[in-house]
Design a binder for this molecule. Structure first.
Ligand code: DAH
Length: 355
């Protein structure tokens, strides 16, 4: 190898070894093998070499090109690997760090209460049932032992819908109770369902909204008693308000579709609004043993099966649990209010953690 080729080789290899990053490496590559690189220039000049030297010179140049090519390639790969290592150690992800606060949606307190109710009754073996918001007069009233001129109908301020001639009267359901009827028509006992859903009444003030939510419950089986009803509701209320000793009492009442009927109260303080103590009582839901006529309307033989039912207002339960004074705030979509009362979707209600 001529001195000229040897010095090109030594200089290039030394420069490559000294190259600290890919930018410098690329300059060396271009200066050697690029269009106007030093080795390229020598290869181009080969034609002007005297013919008797050309062969040996050509062979030497080709060997040098292969050698430098390989050296450049190897150094390039080494630098690339080093750059990647540096980046990886710099950008390492610590999976144990807490999740960064990114803007995300949250669960509305009404939805949260529904999730909690579902979690509690789900653990007691209840299934979720649904029905339509637009109901027939029969499902919403008549089948529930509330015929056309029954006085209880006037309490409901019903939204009636235009009904075509010859069709059953349609309305926006005033209660989730019609889903009791649909469930019993749909399946034979044993039945154990809860029915959260929207309900409608022509009523609007601080504690009433024309659209609101209820949750119905229905159990039908052989040998179901008032004792089962009380046990089930006491268990529910204590879990929902997270108070294992929450005082609960039942009071005789009247609903057309239950006999006997009872109202369920929890202990609270009228003065402070605090749930649990204080010596006052607050009504939270209605319930009773399913009226034999309602069972019979759905083809269930009341001599064979008995059942209990209950219904509660979801807004009301949510207001009590969180001390929310005005029901209209639920539907105002005020972002400050929502931020305060809504929950993270990453925290679903888990019974073993308390709700
Ligand atoms: N549907 C009743 C209402 O809207 C609530 C209710 C009371 C439901 C007693 C029931 C029940 O299932 O047994 O006022």
């Amino acid at each position: 190898m001529s001195d000229q080729l040897e010095s090109l080789r030594d200089e290039t290899l030394a420069a490559l070894a000294a190259a600290g990053d890919l930018r410098v490496w690329d300059t060396i590559r271009v200066a050697t093998l690029g269009k106007s690189g030093r080795l390229t220039a020598l290869l181009k000049a080969l034609g002007k070499t005297p013919p008797d030297e050309r062969r040996a010179r050509g062979a030497a140049l080709n060997r040098l090109r292969d050698e430098l090519d390989a050296a450049i390639e190897a150094r390039g790969q080494a630098l690339q690997a080093a750059a990647l290592d540096a980046r990886l150690s710099h950008e390492r992800v610590d999976v144990t760090l807490p999740v960064q606060r990114v803007p995300s949606g949250s669960i509305h307190p009404i939805s949260r209460t529904i999730e909690e109710i579902v979690a509690i009754f789900g653990a007691m073996g209840f299934r979720l049932a649904e029905g339509p918001d637009i109901e027939t007069d029969w499902h919403n009233f008549a089948a529930l032992n509330t015929p056309a001129h029954h006085p209880a109908r006037t309490d409901h301020d019903t939204f009636y819908l235009p009904t075509p001639e010859g069709h059953p009267t349609r309305l926006l359901r005033t209660q989730t109770s019609p889903v009791q009827i649909r469930t019993m028509l749909d399946q034979a006992p044993p039945i154990r369902v809860i029915v959260p859903g929207r309900t409608y009444r022509a009523d609007h003030d601080a504690t009433h909204s024309p659209m609101f939510h209820q949750c119905e419950g229905l159990v039908v089986d052989r040998g179901i008693t008032l004792g089962h009803l009380k046990g089930c509701l006491i268990e529910f209320l204590r879990a929902f308000f997270d108070q294992p000793a929450l005082p609960v009492r039942v009071r005789a009442s009247y609903f057309p579709f239950t006999e006997p009927s009872m109202e369920v109260d929890i202990g609270w303080s009228r003065r402070t609004g605090e749930i649990g103590g204080g010596g006052d009582w607050l009504e939270v839901l209605g319930s009773g043993m399913v009226h034999p006529r309602v069972l019979a309307n759905c083809g269930v033989d009341p001599r064979e099966h008995t059942g209990f039912a209950f219904g509660m207002g979801i807004e009301r339960l949510t207001m009590l649990k969180h001390g929310i004074p005005d029901l209209r705030a639920f539907y105002d979509s005020d972002i400050r209010w929502l931020r305060h009362y809504s929950t993270s979707p990453l925290r679903p209600p888990l019974l073993h953690e308390g709700l």
